[in-house]
Write a protein that binds this ligand. Structure first.
Ligand code: FES
Length: 239
């Protein structure tokens, strides 16, 4: 067991003018995560500390935070990998509700903008199937695991610089998955949606989205693929 200092940003926009930082001492056990440490603080030291979580398994995407300066899932971040001083802050590019709990409306409104669901082709009578052995699935398989945690969105300087204008990496990655899926009946419409200035062409390829994604997705790469498809389409090539 080690003594660890956990410093958390505290801010209640209803009552505080400015954020402040508060430090808690905890006894860290082997395999303890940052999320576990926040629960310990709530149980033993300050029950008013606010944060968000649900599954505690890295599946639901609700415990995104900035931990020691980097966007991470608190439930998948072990204290032993961080040292004896830990700084916990809310995700950037989103409004703080309280402490490290943020309002993700902006993120999900952008997600909705790309029509993030599969649209069957009208003339299709059979189930739309791509046989796993065909190789055609490879285009989309690697980008399917997004858990909408918002870590890419919070880390993205294109989002920070362009405020509400750039829809962000997660929504564009989702759009690419559908655009690259030959079974989807709304590819052209979706392509038009995501190649406006607030879409793929708003990405300045900073690459932080690739660094922070807990699922290993590379949104910056899929965004460049959208741009390439747009160019192919513009010059009449198969896209
Ligand atoms: S609590 Fe669900 S991903 Fe961390």
């Amino acid at each position: 067991m080690n003594n660890v200092e956990v410093t958390v940003m505290r801010f209640d926009p209803q009552n505080d003018e400015h954020p402040r930082y508060e430090t808690f001492q905890i006894e860290a056990k082997k395999n303890m995560t940052v999320l576990d440490s926040l629960f310990l603080i709530v149980e033993d030291q300050d029950s008013s500390l606010s944060f968000r979580c649900a599954c505690r398994l890295g599946m639901c995407g609700s415990c995104g935070m900035v931990i020691n300066g980097r966007g991470r899932l608190a439930c998948r971040t072990k204290i032993e990998h961080l040292g004896e001083r830990i700084l916990v802050q809310p995700m950037r590019n989103m409004e703080v509700i309280k402490d490290v709990a943020v309002n993700m409306d902006k993120f999900f409104k952008n997600w909705e903008k790309v029509k993030p669901y599969f649209v069957p082709k009208e003339e299709t009578e059979e189930f739309a199937i791509i046989p796993p052995s065909s190789g055609r699935r490879e285009l989309i398989d690697e980008n399917q695991d997004c858990i909408t945690c918002g870590l890419c969105f919070q880390s993205c300087d294109s989002v920070s610089m362009r405020e509400d204008e750039f829809i962000g990496p997660a929504a564009l990655n989702r759009a690419y998955n559908l655009i690259a899926d030959e079974r989807d009946g709304a590819r052209a419409e979706r392509m038009d949606m995501v190649t406006e200035t607030d879409g793929a062409f708003g990405c300045r390829t900073f690459g932080a989205c690739v660094e922070v994604c807990p699922k290993g997705i590379k949104p910056m790469v899929t965004i460049q693929k959208i741009k390439m498809k747009k160019l192919k389409r513009a010059i009449g090539l198969k896209w």
